[in-house]
Design a protein around this ligand. Structure first.
Ligand code: DU
Ligand code: SF4
Length: 227
């Protein structure tokens, strides 16, 4: 999505996140010493005509903020891309760097906040400031399915679509692993929101999210987007 990405990478709308992404980039982790960090907003990655859009949280300080590509170069990315490969969306099981040849088909990865936040925790204000970027990406990709990785992505997707004139069920559907919500767009287009626990190490190291659980979500996403 070159036109959108070209504008996004110059965004400096969140002072706290601009300062953090650049501070992290100026002080590489020991294992990445000598590497040049991206240190800017990280664009969505994958198929621009995807039926399935994955909405995570925000780039990791030494993952996407280092490599310049979503879910690339950290453990969250390893866990996610392995699942996308098993379920037929990813051309290879690993995502190590922006030039590794990975291609996603039928699926795109993005985030409601495009800059790495301290402690992986964006503020509600930062979510709102970044929402126009998610709204534009949703409008360009027009996915039939959104997979929200974690409650933040779930809430951000519902809030952003609501602001764009989508009919969002009331009360707001609750997030959970395997949760599903049906939405209708302003011109009548249907969308299913699917919930999955986030692929953070807090979940994957503790067994709260297993590879099988994540594969089940992506198999369901494929079933819905193939309809
Ligand atoms: O210029 P490019 O980002 O390498 O994309 C070329 C072509 O492949 C374009 O139609 C997007 C698509 N694509 C894709 O389907 N999945 C990917 O992961 C990256 C690019
Ligand atoms: Fe811009 Fe989003 Fe980054 Fe804020 S988080 S500076 S709105 S790209």
């Amino acid at each position: 999505m070159p036109a959108l990405d070209g504008l996004l990478v110059d965004c400096r709308a969140c002072p706290r996140l601009v300062a953090w992404r650049e501070a992290v980039a100026a002080a590489p982790r020991a294992s990445f010493r000598g590497e040049r960090y991206w240190g800017r907003p990280v664009p969505g990655f994958g198929d621009p005509a995807a039926g399935v859009l994955v909405v995570g949280l925000a780039p990791a300080a030494h993952g996407g903020n280092r490599t310049g590509r979503m879910f690339t170069g950290d453990r969250s990315g390893d866990f996610l891309i392995a699942s996308l490969h098993r379920t037929g969306f990813a051309s290879q099981p690993t995502s190590v760097g922006a030039d590794d040849g990975l291609v996603l088909t039928g699926l795109r990865l993005t985030a409601p906040v495009h800059c790495a936040p301290p402690d992986n925790a964006p503020t509600p204000a930062e979510r709102r400031t970044c929402a126009p970027w998610l709204a534009r990406e949703l409008a360009l990709v027009r996915p039939g399915v959104v997979v929200a990785l974690g409650g933040f992505g779930w809430q951000a997707t519902l809030a952003t679509l609501g602001e764009q004139g989508w009919q969002v069920p009331r009360p707001r559907p609750r997030f959970g692993h395997g949760a599903e919500a049906s939405l209708t767009g302003p011109d009548g287009q249907p969308l299913t929101l699917l919930g999955s626990f986030h692929v953070s190490q807090q979940n994957t190291f503790t067994g709260r999210l297993t590879p099988q659980m994540l594969d089940d979500v992506f198999r369901r996403a494929r079933e819905l987007s193939d309809r």
